[in-house]
Design a protein around this ligand. Structure first.
Ligand code: BDP
Length: 714
């Protein structure tokens, strides 16, 4: 009886545990290590009969444990750790552990690696070699990527080193747990229980980032609180740094300019005041005592109400250089943001960062890097590349992308950002003649800079799936991969991601990648076609509100950006308007001066054009606009169909989430389309082209929509 009861209890326990254990909730990201089919499992096992290494340290342990975890998942066997190489082993080695390696490591730097199928002691092995243990960790992740995505594992001869030095996430996380522009729940930093409790999620965060080569993280919001520089919070940051260190990830902090006044009662925050400089120096010393490899500071100054050096009639360079001097003895850096526009400057907002920073070229200390958003306004679904790229040859510029989709459907819209990142990186600035791409500006090759960087505003929160949706994980993944190598293709990255996240089966990978690749363009189509921008609702930036015109600052109003009137639509940034085009190199400026040579996807960003202007397709601007909206909605309907066909290939939980989100996206794409058309039609006063449906409601209905508790809105 007792035995039977016991069996019964076990059975009940298994039933209640089984679903949770097998559920795919997205927590494992692209590091799922799902069981491979028998043939593939055999192949993987043959190439990893053992893991051979002679080194000992936390980073190497992270690498070998990851390999064991991956192999256990994919093959159900855990290879032994050995000191001597065995036939079929994965052999991890640095020059420090093995004086002679059958592969050259020059050019691979501190973080790169080589993977080679080779012979050692007469045995066939896969050598993962690097100059450093972090390089080995990156190499291990690369090998696991190959294993997971069905790639060949023999005859490997891979060399890889990052093209960009600083590859950072920027968390806009507040100390109270709220994430500004975060759509994946609260912050993963549990500041309250740090430093004593370091939950396992921090390690998983580090694993995920190391797997794509991210090597730094700014823990707190650019709209910073001085509190993060107090001793208790430095200790909390230090605890996180301890978790991340084995993974090659440094921590950085955003700082508030007036911290010396707020924390220690200084009378001023003037960067040229010796007491202010001394305060920052002492603060930097204090931080480095707790975090010896602290990365440095990120600063949002004189921007959207944040204080800064200009409050004391000093320049951004004065401010940046003072902070740079404080961290310099410790090898730290300052990332100074160029996201500035002033409430008292009536000039085109798109011009203001350039106007503020261009003349400062050559005046920044050598451990300052200026962080520039991809476009001149603010992370819109599409923006032309920022005119500062290429315009400051004597200053290292780093890219700031937004991974969190503040303006691109937030957590529920499937809008893969790989193509957006790629489009910006590939854009030709013509700064030193044809072929001077943005990627070359930021990887330092264009002007010979050693200090190079790229930052992505993180889309990470406490949601089980980390990013607010399964498909949003692809944006984090793509950012990391492009940060390592900006020449990779968004499509290739999507393929890797889909294979690892779902299955390498081409029956899934092909349609998923195809759907991802067009998804950002679809969002552009249903939100801001033909170069329109910033027509989102106030504050939450979620839905459409092109009609808003009553906000205090002109450039906060959507009408400022689209300038639709009876004569036409668009922002004239040519000579007859704000002349923002003059900030680009002459060949670019020349192309943009004429609507006929301006890429149509950026048309209304640069030109105010009559409603009856003829597009390249021959249709009028008005008809074309409507067709773009239609196309965007139709694309989402197609994605729904594609996804439905994939039901047999995807686990129920992740299938259902995407299915539900696509439904939301379709409804909202239509809402975007209808609201935009209802509004613009009230101005253009033209009929809809044949075949295009009238909006479902009248304009007043759309205007009346209200979203008081939308997430992420500070
Ligand atoms: C905008 C966000 C705002 C940020 C700001 C920034 O709406 O929440 O603080 O950018 O980058 O995109 O500083």
């Amino acid at each position: 009886m007792i035995a039977r009861l016991f069996c019964y209890l076990i059975a009940v326990a298994m039933i209640s545990v089984a679903p949770a254990a097998s559920a795919e909730d997205g927590y494992d990201l692209w590091l799922r290590y799902a069981p491979a089919n028998d043939a593939r499992a055999g192949e993987i096992t043959r190439h990893a009969t053992a893991i051979a290494t002679t080194g000992h340290n936390a980073t190497l342990t992270a690498a070998t444990q990851e390999l064991q975890r991956g192999l256990l998942g994919m093959t159900h066997t855990t290879p032994a750790l050995t000191r001597a190489v065995a036939q079929g082993a994965l052999w991890l080695a640095t020059p420090a552990t093995d004086a002679t390696l059958p592969v050259a490591l020059d050019g691979l730097g501190d973080e790169g690696y080589a993977i080679r199928s080779t012979q050692a002691d007469g045995k066939a092995v896969t050598l993962i070699a690097a100059n450093s243990d972090v390089g080995l960790l990156h190499g291990a992740f690369h090998w696991l990527r190959l294993a997971q995505s069905g790639a060949p594992l023999d005859r490997l001869d891979i060399r890889s080193a990052p093209k960009i030095k600083l590859r950072l996430l920027n968390h806009w996380d507040n100390l109270d747990g709220m994430v500004e522009r975060g759509y994946a729940g609260q912050s993963i930093w549990d500041w309250w229980r740090l430093p004593d409790y370091k939950g396992p999620r921090y390690t998983d965060y580090a694993r995920a980032n190391a797997s794509i080569g991210i090597n730094g993280t700014v823990l707190n919001n650019v709209n910073a609180k001085a509190t993060s520089l107090t001793a208790p919070y430095i200790a909390k940051a230090a605890a996180l740094a301890d978790v991340f260190r084995p993974y090659g990830i440094k921590v950085y902090l955003s700082v508030k300019w007036t911290a010396p006044m707020e924390l220690d009662g200084l009378k001023t925050a003037d960067p040229l005041d010796p007491q202010v400089a001394a305060w920052w120096k002492a603060k930097a010393d204090e931080i480095y005592r707790a975090i010896p490899d602290f990365g440095g500071f990120l600063v949002k100054a004189n921007s959207e109400g944040q204080p800064g050096p200009q409050d004391y009639d000093r320049t951004h360079a004065d401010g940046a250089n003072m902070l740079a001097a404080a961290v310099k003895p410790h090898g730290g850096i300052v990332m100074w943001r160029a996201f500035v526009y002033a409430h008292d400057n009536p000039d085109d907002r798109a011009k203001q960062a350039y106007d503020d920073f261009k003349s400062l070229d050559g005046t920044f200390a050598d451990n300052v890097i200026v962080q520039v958003k991809n476009g001149a306004i603010d992370f819109q679904p599409r923006e032309p590349f920022h005119p500062l790229f290429g315009a400051m040859p004597k200053t290292p510029l780093m890219m700031e992308f937004q991974i969190t989709k503040e303006y691109l459907g937030q957590s529920t819209h499937l809008t893969y950002l790989g193509p957006l990142f790629e489009e910006t990186l590939d854009a030709d600035t013509y700064a030193r003649g044809k072929g001077s791409t943005v990627a070359e500006v930021i990887d330092g090759t264009l002007d010979g800079h050693k200090l190079t960087g790229i930052a992505g505003v993180a889309n990470i929160g406490v949601d089980r799936d980390w990013s607010g949706s399964i498909f949003n994980q692809a944006d984090w993944y793509a950012f990391g991969r492009l940060a390592w190598n900006p020449d990779l293709s968004a499509e290739g990255i999507a393929r890797e991601w889909a294979a690892m996240t779902f299955t390498p089966d081409p029956k899934l990978v092909k349609p998923v990648v195809a759907m991802m690749m067009g998804s950002r363009e679809a969002a552009v189509d249903y939100m801001t076609p033909l170069g329109l921008a910033h027509v989102m609702g106030t504050g939450h930036h979620y839905g459409p509100a092109p009609w808003i015109s009553d906000l205090a600052r002109p450039e906060w109003n959507p009408v400022y950006y689209h300038k639709a009137d009876a004569t036409g639509i668009g922002f004239d940034r040519t000579k007859s308007g704000s002349n923002a085009i003059a900030q680009y190199a002459p060949p670019v400026a020349k192309m943009l001066a004429d609507p006929k040579t301006t890429p149509e996807k950026e048309l209304l960003w640069f030109h105010h054009l009559p409603w009856d202007y003829r597009l390249k397709s021959g249709e009028t601007l008005w008809d074309g606009l409507v067709h773009h909206y239609d196309r965007g909605v139709a694309y989402v309907a197609d994605m729904q169909k594609t996804w439905e066909n994939l039901r047999p290939l995807v686990d129920p939980e992740r299938f259902a989430q995407t299915e539900a989100f696509l439904k939301i996206q379709h409804r909202e794409a239509k809402w975007w389309r209808d609201a935009s058309i209802a509004y613009f039609q009230s101005i253009a006063k033209r009929p809809l082209p044949t075949g295009s449906d009238a909006p479902a409601h009248d304009l007043d209905w759309y205007k009346a929509q209200d979203f008081p508790y939308a997430p992420g809105n500070p």
